[in-house]
Design a protein around this ligand. Sequence first.
Ligand SMILES: Nc1ncnc2c1ncn2[C@@H]1O[C@H](COP(=O)(O)OP(=O)(O)OP(=O)(O)O)[C@@H](O)[C@H]1O
Length: 254
Amino acid sequence: MYKPALQFQNVSFAYEKEKLPILQNFHFHINEGEFVSIIGHSGSGKSTLFKLITGLEQPADGIIFLHNQQKSHRLGQVGYMPQQDLLLPWRTIVENAALPLEIKGVHKQKAHSQVLALLDEFGLKGVENSFPSALSGGMRQRVSFLRTILSGSQILLLDEPFSALDAITRLTMQEWLLAQWQKRKETILFITHDVNEALFLSDRIFIFTETPTSKLEEFEVPLKRPRVLKDLNMPAVIELKDHLVDVLRARVKV
Ligand SMILES: Nc1ncnc2c1ncn2[C@@H]1O[C@H](COP(=O)(O)OP(=O)(O)OP(=O)(O)O)[C@@H](O)[C@H]1O
């Protein structure tokens, strides 16, 4: 039996009253433990959706439920990982990762030992006392993901987390993220512009196809788990990829 992790019911939202709304009577729901990706052209409203989920913005109308509960104050209840790692350059890796625990009032020493216990799993053993500038892009994103996990939230919003990485590091990070998700079972919402990335990672893919949006177009990924990158060569996946690209191209004005 599926349990909803996040639901939007009849949500409307515009940045300014006189402007075209981004969402109008918008419905959306994802289940606990799902991995879903959201794709859409630039400016379609992906980050706005995340701002509404985190509570940085509030809907003009409608209700947002987290784990079946109506929540108007959602700040701090979902984990958010931005495109840029936003690690504090003057804090060491352990100090950066421990930040959400310290904010919650966990004693510094206890917070640090909680981080240290996870460093190996996150491929960060040996760099705990380094500063972010000494780490590769992939390592910095793993610190950022560790910090997001330590927020303790069961719903994680990842906003194009791998877009700044080189192609090979990006593929390695995708495999690593899937392994982490399969172990931890959080619910993940992942924004990407990369159709292959969405197909490899997700149970379902949602596309913003209109503005204002009332419903995202939804596609189920025809792949079982565990997955390997070569699964993307399967005919059903290639067919879906072609279709997704057509849907996205139909929305792009050049
Ligand atoms: N703070 C704001 N005030 C006014 N308008 C905004 C604000 N933030 C975003 N917008 C507008 O809302 C629309 C949706 O923006 P949003 O950032 O959600 O798009 P996106 O799909 O995340 O784009 P990208 O892929 O480029 O990050 C755009 O037209 C954008 O210009």
